[in-house]
Design a protein around this ligand. Structure first.
Ligand SMILES: Cc1cc2nc3c(=O)[nH]c(=O)nc-3n(C[C@H](O)[C@H](O)[C@H](O)COP(=O)(O)OP(=O)(O)OC[C@H]3O[C@@H](n4cnc5c(N)ncnc54)[C@H](O)[C@@H]3O)c2cc1C
Length: 452
């Protein structure tokens, strides 16, 4: 008796889509599940996160940003079609229409179309010399512009992509202006912590222009970018980089009739199944998720979530129960030698979520004060008043600061109080921390306020 093979079609060949494909394959052999991946671009399995560092030259080789090739997936019986765009999903027929005219029927469909960079609606945005930082081709274009002699860069936006681009362009010898609509960079931080970031940017020679929404990208007679104009001034530019954040790419899903959530991402349950069409899964930047502390819908475009959510979808498709456990928005970045990290709720988010909260900021050093290389670090903890429960944390400091956020994210994840964290067995040796790690000091100060 012939046994029929199911087919999983995956739209999008990067973090979320390929994590799902790989996990489904681990759990179901090719005789049971055929897996087909459609990717509109020329490559798959690339690290967008590494693009700034390829532009900056810290990563000299573009191919180092490619984790796996289509041939490696083929060896696992996962068929990858590059340069093939999914043009339409027919949910009633269970079929995807592709740009090469083929139709791919599916039993399970994985939508992993990623994010879409925010583009302000201003004149000149499509001019030559204006670049996004999304795909490897963008990195190649920016590198080419620098090689062709670009000397002045304007970065629009001060989120982590804006900061990373400002840093690497400056390291490549360009003069860099960061134009912000907000009063400070890093809107994910509280004001006092973002001020430290802003100051550090100025200290290394990055010109920060706050509270100036861009009005126009000015071009020369040749149509090439010349300057960025705001209400307060005009900033000369040979190249302009868009670093204004990422929304979900859901055009295909919307047109098909998949339910879209309040954040604009595809509405999925904890299993990553579409709430409107259970045979469809979505994960990564195109999908809505939920905040672990508030339980509210969230859209946080990070590779760390895309990989995990894709794996959850792949497990469920592979018939192993799995659930995504939510996000805290844990993220880290750097500008110059300053490391920046955050997790959980900032004070504005805590207020919006209705938490009676308090916050404490301590200053310490990254290593024992007498040990070479000890640098300043500030740690801010946000706790629930009364219970002392940790609900948010932010760090800004010298080398060695950022990854300390993982201790705090783990403590929040585990539902620990500041007092419990203060009493935890954290390591100490002079090259790595003072006797009490700054994280422990911050926890102790926060818990003293609760417990006296
Ligand atoms: C410059 C930069 C730096 C970053 N740094 C970090 C970091 O340090 N840490 C972190 O956690 N995250 C970081 N991120 C975010 C991270 O890269 C993304 O969250 C992650 O790539 C999302 O994975 P994804 O699979 O959901 O989407 P994507 O990686 O965007 O992949 C989606 C894929 O789907 C394809 N696609 C879309 N529509 C179709 C269609 N109709 N048919 C066929 N194919 C289609 C696209 O071509 C794309 O290849 C960074 C992002 C950028 C841009």
């Amino acid at each position: 008796m012939a046994v029929s093979t199911d087919r999983l079609v995956v739209i999008g060949g990067d973090a979320a889509g390929l994590s799902a494909a790989a996990q489904a394959r681990r759990l179901r052999p090719a005789e049971d599940l055929e897996i087909v991946v459609l990717e509109q671009g020329p490559e798959i399995s690339y690290s967008a996160c590494g693009i700034p560092y390829w532009i900056g030259g810290q990563v000299p080789d573009r191919d180092a940003l490619l984790a796996r090739t289509p041939a490696q997936f083929e060896a696992d019986d996962i068929t990858v079609h590059t340069h093939v765009r999914a043009e339409e999903i027919d949910l009633s027929a269970g079929e995807v229409r592709a740009s090469d005219g083929r139709r791919f029927g599916y039993d399970d469909l994985m939508v992993a179309t990623g994010g879409r960079p925010f583009r302000p609606r201003v004149p000149g945005l499509d001019a030559e010399g204006v670049f996004g930082v999304h795909r490897l081709a963008d990195g190649a274009d920016i590198r080419a512009a620098i090689a062709a002699g670009a000397r002045r860069a304007v970065v629009l936006g001060g989120g982590y992509i804006g900061l990373e681009m400002a840093e690497v362009l400056q390291a490549r010898g360009l003069s860099v202006t960061v134009v912000l609509a907000d009063p400070l960079p890093m809107a994910q931080l509280d004001r006092d912590m973002a001020e430290r970031v802003c100051k550090a940017m100025g200290d290394i020679g990055i010109d920060v222009q706050p509270e100036q929404p861009v009005r126009e990208i000015e071009t020369g007679a040749d149509g090439v970018v010349r300057a960025v104009r705001t209400d307060a001034g005009s900033y000369d530019a040979d190249l302009v980089v868009l670093g204004l954040g990422m929304g979900p790419e859901t055009e295909l899903a919307r047109e098909a009739g998949l339910q879209i959530g309040v954040t604009g991402g595809i509405d999925v349950a904890h299993t990553q199944r579409s709430r409107s069409h259970p045979e469809v899964f979505a994960a990564g930047d195109c999908a809505q998720t939920f905040h672990r502390i508030t339980g509210e819908a969230a859209h946080v475009a990070l590779g760390t979530h895309a990989n995990k959510q894709g794996r959850v979808a792949g497990s469920v498709i592979g018939r192993r129960p799995a659930r995504f456990a939510g996000v805290l928005g844990t993220a880290a970045t750097k500008v110059g030698d300053l490391e920046i990290a955050r997790t959980g709720l900032c004070t504005t988010q805590a207020e919006e979520a209705g938490f009676d909260h308090r916050s404490e900021t301590i200053e310490a050093t990254t290593r024992a004060g007498y040990y070479p290389g000890a640098e300043a670090i500030a740690v801010k903890l946000i706790t629930e008043r009364g219970s002392g429960l940790l609900i948010g944390a932010q760090l800004v400091g010298g080398p060695g600061s950022a990854k300390r956020i993982d201790v705090l994210a783990t403590a929040i994840w585990a539902g620990m109080t500041a007092e419990e964290l203060a009493g935890s067995d954290l390591s100490y040796a002079p090259p790595f921390s003072p006797t009490y790690d700054p994280v422990a000091v911050a926890a102790r100060v926060s818990s003293r306020i609760e417990t006296g």
